[in-house]
Design a protein around this ligand. Structure first.
Ligand code: ATP
Ligand code: MG
Length: 453
């Protein structure tokens, strides 16, 4: 909310808070001092201030300033301007990048806009929807454009949660609080700045952010911020699917992936983003699907904690396994060969999904590979298992088979067979492939042609 009156912020002097400069990265200090020495305001803001006050290690450092992006660029040789919707400067030092944003303002509330319209007798000519001349809102109140510079105070009020709107001023090392963020931090509470329903309408992704910060910080979502979600959750449908995908990565490729899944389900947000998956979870086979999804979320979270690589392709393979299976079975019942039915089901389900959360091709392609290989795992005789093992996605597909077995969706014996098949000597492997149960693959007829490994 843009403030019409001036608010006096609470300034907490260095002696009364725990943020020490030694906790800031070199690049953050370089950026803050560079701006300050050039005569600009320079403050750390957002997640880094919040996390430092909580004694956590910030993931990254964001800086807010009254310098315009071009002026930031003039101060730092190694910086770049980025962003179309709003321009930001990226300042580099070594491998680190600091995001520097010029103070911006938020749209006025509809009431405030009305008053102004009456005063000067003009309509908002920009688009006929809500907002003021510079901020463009759509019919539901969603911000379409808000690249409007403002004061530090306005910058604080445009942020989402009070605990995300705290600043650390490099001039005197004070923490600056316009919105009661310190109090909420102490109460471990997520409270939106301004009227919650208006703030969710402006940007429905804030509902997802509430869930994410609650699990990350172990905070409770204030009743005022919980209450409107039920009525506004459907607004997520208007958020660009590519942005929701980015948000899903933050939610699920994360150490708190399972808690986020629970939170999204609790508020009915999950079904807005993944309607087919949600329908599956409500169906007869739902329990099994849920076990599989939870196992995938847990294994992703464990890998994140252990600093191992994670891919959304694997996770989404678990999400969509049931909807795709159901669709494939229906197509197979109509007489389509199994492999073809699976491919068609995969295309149908993923194209329906793309209007909500758009999963880029490289990941949905990985999902398709993982699913196809589940069928191929069953043919263990002859040359087929050797060929399968050479597939570039074998490891991911095999890991997925293990999850399915654990969830009770595939025979444990099948999973164990594949585990052993990878561990034993070449000779034993040949024996395994000769005596394996199940149908003989196409390779069976040509079994005598020895395959080199
Ligand atoms: P994280 O630890 O996940 O990085 P963060 O608080 O730094 O948490 P970012 O997404 O990096 O979150 O955003 C930085 C800051 O920008 C936030 O702390 C908040 O002040 C502001 N912000 C980000 N997204 C929004 C939004 N959708 N609406 C309002 N303010 C936002
Ligand atoms: Mg951040």
């Amino acid at each position: 909310m843009r403030r019409l009156s001036i608010t006096t912020p609470v300034r907490i002097p260095r002696a009364d808070h725990n943020i020490s400069r030694s906790r800031l990265s070199r690049a953050a200090l370089h950026t803050l001092y560079g701006l300050k020495d050039a005569g600009y305001d320079a403050l750390l803001v957002g997640g880094s201030v919040r996390d430092l006050l909580l004694g956590l290690d910030p993931k990254d450092f964001d800086v807010a300033t009254n310098a315009l992006p071009e002026e930031v660029k003039d101060v730092f040789k190694r910086s770049r301007l980025i962003g179309r919707r709003f321009r930001l400067a990226h300042v580099r030092l070594g491998p680190e990048v600091i995001e520097v944003a010029t103070f911006r303002s938020a749209p006025r509330t509809p009431d405030e806009s009305d008053i102004e319209d009456e005063d000067n007798g003009t309509e908002d000519t920009d688009n006929g929807a809500g907002g003021d001349a510079a901020h463009v809102l759509d019919d539901s109140g969603r911000i379409l454009r808000d690249n409007v510079y403002g004061s530090l105070e306005e910058d604080a009020f445009r942020r989402d949660f009070t605990v995300n709107a705290l600043y650390y001023d490099i001039r005197d090392f004070a923490v600056v609080d316009y919105v009661g963020g310190i109090e909420d931090l102490q109460a471990r509470r997520l409270r939106l700045i301004g009227d919650p329903a208006t703030r969710y309408r402006e940007d429905p992704v804030r509902m997802l952010r509430a869930v994410r910060f609650a699990s990350k910080l172990g905070f409770t979502i204030d009743e005022s911020a919980c209450a409107p979600i039920h009525e506004l959750k459907h607004l997520l449908v208007d958020v660009p699917p590519a942005r929701l995908f980015e948000e899903c990565l933050k939610l699920f490729l994360n150490a708190d992936a399972e808690a986020n899944f629970d939170g999204l389900q609790h508020y009915g947000l999950f079904e807005q983003m993944f309607p087919q998956v949600a329908d599956g979870l409500d169906s007869e086979a739902g329990e099994l699907a849920e076990r599989l999804i939870r196992l995938a979320l847990r294994s992703t979270a464990e890998r994140v904690r252990a600093d191992k690589s994670v891919t959304p392709g694997f996770l989404f393979a678990a999400f969509f396994w049931l909807p795709v299976e159901v669709r494939a079975q229906a197509l197979a019942a109509e007489g389509m060969p199994r492999a073809q039915a699976l491919a068609a089901a995969c295309d149908q389900v993923m194209s329906e999904q793309s209007s909500r959360v758009a999963i880029p091709r490289r990941f949905s392609g990985m999902q398709a590979d993982i699913w196809h290989m589940q069928v191929r795992f069953e043919a263990r005789r002859g040359k087929r298992p050797f060929r399968l093992m050479e597939h570039k996605r074998f490891r991911a597909a095999y890991d997925f088979l293990l999850l399915r077995a654990e969830a009770g969706d595939a025979p444990q014996e099948l999973a164990d067979w594949w585990t052993r098949f990878q561990e034993v000597s070449d000779e034993e492997r040949q024996e395994m492939a000769q005596s394996a149960p199940g149908q003989e693959g196409g390779g069976g007829r040509r079994r005598r042609r020895r395959r080199r490994r």
